[in-house]
Design a protein around this ligand. Structure first.
Ligand SMILES: Cc1cc2nc3c(=O)[nH]c(=O)nc-3n(C[C@H](O)[C@H](O)[C@H](O)COP(=O)(O)O)c2cc1C
Length: 329
């Protein structure tokens, strides 16, 4: 009898979990339909900038090959050109509108292209667009020595000394230091370089407490978290239907970079999951200003570590458990 009851409980729990999963999928799908970039509304500055960035990144890749096919890149160039021509009359110009023009100009003025009639035609049309950027766009040379600047004297010391810390010094971390960590994390790669992240930061007790009241993994330490981040990614950056998971992937990568960036600056952090029910996600959005098109990836506590800390060992399973040589079937 006891066994039967236990089995029934297991089945009911399974059904409940599947139903919850379904509600979550439906909520995410609704958000993708409402806010996703699939509409390609180029009059929307943000959507256009993600879209144009995707197009010119194809051109950047073509420019970056050491032995490039002299005929390559034209289809990407046409795409960028088409999007740029739609900027006529638009005053609300974004960063990537400008970058796109620079990259296309670099491509068109390559020795192999500049005398082509199509290149001349495009270049003359581009002159009509009053956009310019001071940043470096296109492709650049990058030596092995520069790459090796990233080599750590003791990588094990760096990676193995990061722990999720849940109790910090009382002191709030200065805004500038938090911003520095975020800037470092902005070097995170993202799909087609769309870098669709948006970070919300608070060091105000009332705001932190309010945001954390919807998060289920911060008890009992939440009350003393000195700084809180909410890491989000912008659904407007994702165009194709099969990209429906991409914002979580890009947001997850960014989140890890922030943790390492904070660690490199002597700050400690603890990721705080946002695997929440739709109801809770909606409630957070009612209480805290988060753009509706921004998907919450996770929250993150951060602060200065104390001189004496206690952390979970969180030991990792044996390497062999997670590693296999790839083989043909
Ligand atoms: C996405 C994500 C969500 C997490 N959520 C929580 C959380 O809600 N509360 C918490 O105390 N720890 C949370 N953690 C921290 C994990 O428990 C911790 O990373 C794990 O045990 C490994 O320990 P370490 O980070 O110290 O190496 C989360 C970690 C990740 C990556």
């Amino acid at each position: 009898m006891k066994q039967i009851k236990q089995n029934i409980r297991l089945v009911l729990r399974g059904i409940y979990r599947i139903a919850n999963g379904f509600l979550g999928f439906a909520y995410d799908f609704r958000r993708f339909v409402s806010y996703g970039g699939w509409k390609e509304t180029l009059s929307d500055k943000e959507m256009r900038n993600y879209n144009i960035m995707m197009a010119y990144h194809g051109l950047e890749k073509s420019l970056s090959y050491k032995n490039r096919d002299p005929n390559a890149g034209w289809s990407a160039a046409e795409k960028v050109f088409l999007k740029l021509t739609q900027l006529k009359g638009i005053t609300d110009i974004g960063y990537h509108d400008k970058a796109a023009k620079e990259v296309l100009t670099t491509f068109l003025t390559l020795a192999v292209n500049i005398d082509k009639p199509r290149a001349k035609q495009m270049l003359s049309a581009l002159k009509e667009l009053p956009l310019s950027s001071e940043d470096m766009h296109g492709a650049k040379e990058f030596s092995g020595d520069l790459y090796r600047q990233g080599v750590l004297a003791n990588p094990e010391a760096f990676f193995n000394s990061r722990y999720s810390l849940r109790e910090y010094k009382e002191e709030t971390v200065d805004d500038e230091l938090v911003k520095r960590a975020i800037k470092l994390a902005m070097k995170t790669p993202s799909v087609c370089n769309r870098h669709a992240w948006h970070i919300y930061h608070a060091s105000d007790r009332e705001i932190i407490d309010k945001a954390l009241s919807y998060q289920n993994g911060n008890r009992p330490f939440g009350k003393k978290i000195p700084n809180l981040l909410i890491i989000t990614t912008d659904l407007k950056a994702f165009f194709a239907g099969h990209e429906h998971y991409q914002h979580w992937i890009d947001g997850g990568l960014f989140s890890m970079s922030i943790m390492y960036a904070l660690h490199s600056l002597g700050l400690a952090s603890c990721p705080l999951n946002w695997s929440q029910r739709p109801k809770t996600d909606r409630a957070l959005r009612k209480a805290i200003e988060i753009k509706p098109n921004h998907t919450v990836i996770m929250m993150m506590a951060l602060g200065y570590p104390d001189e004496f800390n206690k952390v979970c060992s969180s030991s990792r399973r044996p390497f062999e458990d997670i590693y296999s040589e790839m083989k043909m079937k």
